[in-house]
Design a protein around this ligand. Structure first.
Ligand SMILES: N[C@@H](CCC(=O)N[C@@H](CS)C(=O)NCC(=O)O)C(=O)O
Length: 210
């Protein structure tokens, strides 16, 4: 299999962290990672559009030549293909809570952060949008406060002591904030502590660039 990806971008990073966490736990999924340079616009090249007509990353090329084009579908596919020590968990409740928190983090934190960076300091040179930035600044505290409270019981990772896809997604969003010089967790000491601890993990050290 091949993962078409790019460093620092949130959705590709989410999948790269998932793969690196599974590798750090001893699993070799046999995935070759191929970089597509989004700063050069390679995601819109005819070659990449044949993989994903929406011109986005990540893309997983399966051994039969087909492509998966959504980060979460890629993670679910890999987790189901390699179920031993599954990161999602073994029973339906565990798996559902992992998915639930991942969606909260993605939809209420990581995606808004990505949008925030693009309207304040876009790596693609998109125009600034102060109104959109202000709306995101107003909406983020509710979700960050929820995570801050969740971490107040001293747990080391979002769902306890075992790494989950929610950790991968939150870190991919926070890395993009650092890349875009957006300060988002300054008022949240528990998230800051989680951030420091997560970034010291072997998987994070192998994947994160910022
Ligand atoms: N829902 C998709 C979103 C993919 C996506 O938006 N990827 C971004 C990087 S985080 C991208 O490729 N952007 C390049 C572009 O839109 O031109 C997923 O989760 O995989």
């Amino acid at each position: 299999m091949k993962l078409y990806t790019v460093p620092a971008a949130p959705n590709p990073t989410k999948v790269m962290l998932y793969i690196a966490e599974r590798e750090a736990a001893g699993l070799d999924m046999g995935i070759e990672q191929v970089r597509v340079n989004t700063l050069k616009g390679e995601q819109n090249s005819p070659e990449h559009l044949r993989r994903n007509p929406f011109g986005a990353l990540p893309v997983l090329e399966l051994d039969d030549g087909r492509y998966l084009t959504e980060s979460l579908s890629i993670i679910h596919f890999l987790d189901e293909t390699f179920p031993e020590n599954s990161m999602l968990g073994i029973d339906p409740l565990e798996r559902s809570f992992a998915r639930d928190l991942e969606r909260i983090v993605e939809l209420r934190i990581a995606t808004p952060i990505a949008r925030y960076v693009h309207v304040t300091n876009s790596p693609f040179g998109l125009p600034a949008d102060p109104k959109a930035a202000a709306e995101i600044e107003a909406s983020l505290p509710k979700a960050l406060g929820y995570i801050e409270e969740m971490l107040s019981d001293g747990r080391s990772l979002l769902l306890g002591e075992r790494v989950s896809i929610a950790d991968c997604t939150l870190q991919s969003g926070l890395q993009f904030a650092r890349f875009g010089k957006a300060e988002v967790i300054g008022d949240y000491p528990n998230i800051q502590a989680w951030d420091q601890a997560y970034r010291a993990r072997p998987a994070a050290l192998a994947v994160l660039k910022f």
